[in-house]
Design a protein around this ligand. Structure first.
Ligand code: HEM
Length: 170
């Protein structure tokens, strides 16, 4: 649903319909907020978006992450954003937020995060999920920086492990 909104706003409705067709889905099908999209549909949609818009998978995941964190999530999950004073605090809350999301959505199996706190200006974050959506995860971290108007430096330590340096206001 968030991906549809992003593509329609930036590239037009017909591009979204092309993407849905390329992903093997009914072009007019609507996704609801409460439903969890199947993993296969989601992965196909991301791949089809890259293909139709001629973007790399990394660019697509990043654009999605940014849109989700800055426009889509603040509309629905505003209290989570208000509860955190800055991007670092917000990222640190993500493990418990996802554990709670899991309890409320029996079909969901959200990712897990581990942290190594390296003082106020840095955070090492590790992602684990059977879905291996690492590029999406990194896009979401970038989006968190945007949502809190902060400049972040993201250094990849491993496929699923990054060091985030908080560099002050954007
Ligand atoms: C208020 C904020 C957030 C809420 C309520 C939330 C909740 C959720 C929920 C419900 C899912 C779907 C799980 C499923 O269907 O199995 C999900 C997936 C995911 N979330 Fe979040 N999320 C939030 C922010 C973030 C942030 C900031 C990140 C990254 C730092 C993140 C990373 C991911 C990833 C990568 C997935 C894809 C599924 C996977 O990798 O297994 N989320 N989240």
């Amino acid at each position: 649903m968030c991906l549809a909104e992003l593509v329609e706003a930036q590239f037009g409705k017909d591009k979204w319909q092309q993407i849905m067709t390329a992903a093997g889905l009914q072009p007019t099908r609507k996704f609801l907020l409460i439903e969890t999209t199947s993993d296969k549909d989601f992965t196909n949609l991301l791949a089809a978006t890259s293909q139709v818009l001629k973007l790399s998978q990394e660019q697509t995941a990043q654009a999605f992450g940014e849109h989700w964190c800055t426009i889509f999530a603040p509309r629905i999950y505003d209290p989570y954003f208000k509860r955190a004073a800055n991007a670092r605090e917000f990222l640190l809350q993500m493990e418990s937020v996802h554990v709670r999301a899991n309890k409320n959505m029996p079909m969901a199996s959200p990712p897990h995060f581990q942290y190594e706190e390296e003082g106020p200006g840095k955070l090492v974050m590790q992602y684990s999920s059977e879905r291996n959506l690492e590029e999406l995860w990194i896009g979401l971290i970038k989006g968190v920086g945007k949502a809190f108007h902060e400049r972040l430096e993201i250094n990849r330590l491993d496929k699923n492990r990054v060091e985030v340096v908080f560099c002050g206001p954007a």
